[in-house]
Design a protein around this ligand. Sequence first.
Ligand SMILES: Nc1ncnc2c1ncn2[C@@H]1O[C@H](COP(=O)(O)OP(=O)(O)OP(=O)(O)O)[C@@H](O)[C@H]1O
Ligand SMILES: [Mg+2]
Length: 376
Amino acid sequence: MIRLEGVTRRYGDELAVDDLSLEVAEGEVCVLIGPSGCGKTTTLRMINRLIEPSGGSIMVNGRNVMSMRPEELRRGLGYVIQSIGLFPHLSVERNIGVVPHLLGWDKQRMAERARELLHLVGLDPEVYLGKYPRQLSGGEAQRVGVARALAADPPVLLMDEPFGAVDPLNRERLQAEFARIQRELHKTVLFVTHDIDEAIRLADKVAIMRDGRLQQFASPEEVLNHPANKFVHDFVGADRALKRLVRVRVEDVMRSPAIVQEGSEELAFRVAAGRRRFVYVIDAAGKLVGWMDTADLEPDMDPAEALTRVDPAQASVRSDASLRDALSRMLGLGFRAIAVTDDKCRLVGEVTFAAVEEAMTEGDEHITNIAEEDAG
Ligand SMILES: Nc1ncnc2c1ncn2[C@@H]1O[C@H](COP(=O)(O)OP(=O)(O)OP(=O)(O)O)[C@@H](O)[C@H]1O
Ligand SMILES: [Mg+2]
């Protein structure tokens, strides 16, 4: 879908991008990462022809971009610019509508789309549609920039640090939202970031650059387990085992929990005779109410007394969360297992500390240890 072959960009004697070859397959997210000045933005700008390469070829959708008219090319590419680049004299609504307007959409369709997209990026349309860029914070403007890139539903997205100015909490939410949208829409995405955690979380492929040159182009697992050189090794950082947890979804390792329905807690006695010590209690709709430690149960007590009521939002993780989220929640609560719920707070499973441990060490024996190699 996007293919770069031997792409080079010179500024005077300097090579901002040096012989770069990479391919983003249809429906994949490729994250381009590397230190400041390594050529990430230059690469994106060449793909949509804001600047011309000094050498090499760039194909988008099987066509050489040099043979296309820039306007035609850009209609098929959503571009989130690093410096946001909203038009200061246009309202948020009109900024989002820039490309749909070019494509001749009618007013109502554009208005509906703007509302839908603001919702998607977590901004209340009632508050933000009529605002102007100067009335937005950096993070809000950035989210409007993401909405604008998505407006005409382009198959290819070029995103230059789209969440860079967003606070950690909203960034987390936007990443989750991005991953969810991507699972549905399968866009072809080239995504630039400085944040290795963001890269590992979102990427199908990671391209690591340094001084204009590609250092490694591989899956996140491959980059974590087999860094191509010392630069990549150091860039990824020391906590590779923890980073690996970001790649595993809770629903992939959860097991079925022991459950009783509220009001029938005496059943827990029977469960207690089985192997599980902790029994979850749900209401008639399947919503998590709390849990019982069957070790606390005594034959003459009312079983309901052993019930610890919980707020599902606090005491469970969503099935599409990462194992790292599950681990940090378990550590926060001091539990060795945690309930898994769906978007309606219904109990769907349980993740244990043992399962996290297993995922953390999986494939460990195959890991290339660059530091040791260098020492030897
Ligand atoms: N118009 C220009 N004229 C001269 N040099 C330029 C120009 N634009 C970029 N460069 C140089 O090219 C190199 C790559 O810049 P680029 O903007 O692609 O970096 P980047 O990887 O996006 O960095 P950052 O993470 O800071 O955004 C840098 O050394 C920069 O100084
Ligand atoms: Mg840049």
